[in-house]
Ligand binder design. Structure first.
Ligand code: SAM
Length: 225
C-alpha cells in the first residue's frame, strides 16, 4: 500500500514536469502566445485549477464568444474590460487571434489569487494586459469608459441588473450565463435564453444565442446597455 502511494507521488511529479515540457513543445510547434503562457503557468502555479479553466467546454464557450463578437462588432477595440475574468483565458484567446486589434484588456476578479496566473498566461501581451483584484460592483465605469465590457461569469453574480446599472448608457457588452443550476457556485442561473435577455434588458441586441453542452446550455447576448 505504502509503495503504491509513493509511486503515485513520483508519477505526479514526473507528469507535472512532463506537462510543462509537452506544452512548451506545443508552443514552439504552434507559435501560439497562449500556449507559451500556459506552459509558464503550469511551471509556476501547479495548484491553479487549469483542468477546469481549459476544459473543452470552457474553451468552446470562449471560442463561441470570440467568433460571435467578431461577427457582431468587428475586431478593433481600444479598451476591453473582462469582469469575473478568472485566469485570463479569454484575453489570451483574443491576443492569440490576429483578426483582433486590441489596445488593452483589463481582467478584473474579486479573487486575489487569480491575478498572478492571468498575468503569466498573458505575459506575451506585455502592457496590453492587466489583471486587477477587485469587486466588479466597486469599479468606476463612468471614468474609465471601456469600449467593450465582457462578463462570461453572469451565473456567479448575485444581482446582475444592479451591476449592469453601473455601466454608462451606450456601453457595448458581451454577456454569458447558463442553466447549470446544480453547480453550487452558480448563484444566478437562468432557465432559457429569453429569461437571460429579460434579465439583462439590453437596449440594443446585436447577437443572442444558446450553445448546448452535454450537461447545460450556455446563453450569450452581445449589444448595448
Ligand atoms: C469560475 S469563474 C468563471 C466561469 C465562467 N464560465 C468563465 O470562464 O467565464 C467565475 C469568476 O467570477 C469571479 N467573481 C465572482 N464574483 C465577482 C465579483 N463580484 N467581482 C469580480 N469577480 C467576481 C470569481 O472569483 C471567479 O473567478
Amino acid at each position: 500500500m505504502m509503495k503504491t502511494t509513493r509511486t503515485n507521488e513520483a508519477n505526479t511529479t514526473d507528469w507535472h514536469e512532463s506537462a510543462f515540457d509537452i506544452i512548451r513543445g506545443l508552443a514552439a510547434y504552434t507559435g501560439s502566445s497562449l500556449v507559451e503562457g500556459l506552459a509558464e503557468v503550469v511551471a509556476r502555479y501547479p495548484d491553479a485549477d487549469l483542468g477546469t479553466a481549459f476544459n473543452h467546454k470552457q474553451v468552446g464557450c470562449k471560442i463561441w464568444a470570440r467568433d460571435s463578437l467578431f461577427e457582431s462588432l468587428g475586431g478593433n477595440f481600444n479598451h476591453i474590460v473582462v469582469l469575473g475574468g478568472w485566469y485570463g483565458v479569454l484575453p489570451a484567446m483574443f491576443f492569440d487571434d490576429n483578426r483582433f486589434n486590441i489596445g488593452m484588456i483589463e481582467s478584473v476578479d474579486i479573487d486575489p489569487e487569480v491575478a498572478k496566473v492571468a498575468e503569466t498566461l498573458n505575459a506575451g501581451a506585455g502592457e496590453r494586459f492587466r489583471a486587477v483584484a477587485q469587486d466588479m460592483y466597486g469599479l468606476d465605469y463612468k471614468t474609465s469608459r471601456p469600449d467593450l465590457v465582457i462578463n462570461t461569469s453572469c451565473e456567479h453574480i448575485a444581482d446582475l441588473p444592479a451591476w449592469l446599472s453601473l455601466l454608462p448608457r451606450g456601453t457595448q457588452v458581451l454577456l454569458q450565463s447558463n442553466d447549470y443550476f446544480s453547480e453550487p457556485t452558480h448563484i444566478n442561473c437562468v432557465p432559457t435564453l429569453e429569461a437571460f435577455k429579460e434579465q439583462t434588458a439590453l437596449r440594443h441586441i446585436a447577437f443572442a444565442g444558446a450553445l448546448a453542452m452535454k450537461k447545460y446550455t450556455r446563453f450569450m447576448v452581445i449589444g448595448t446597455v
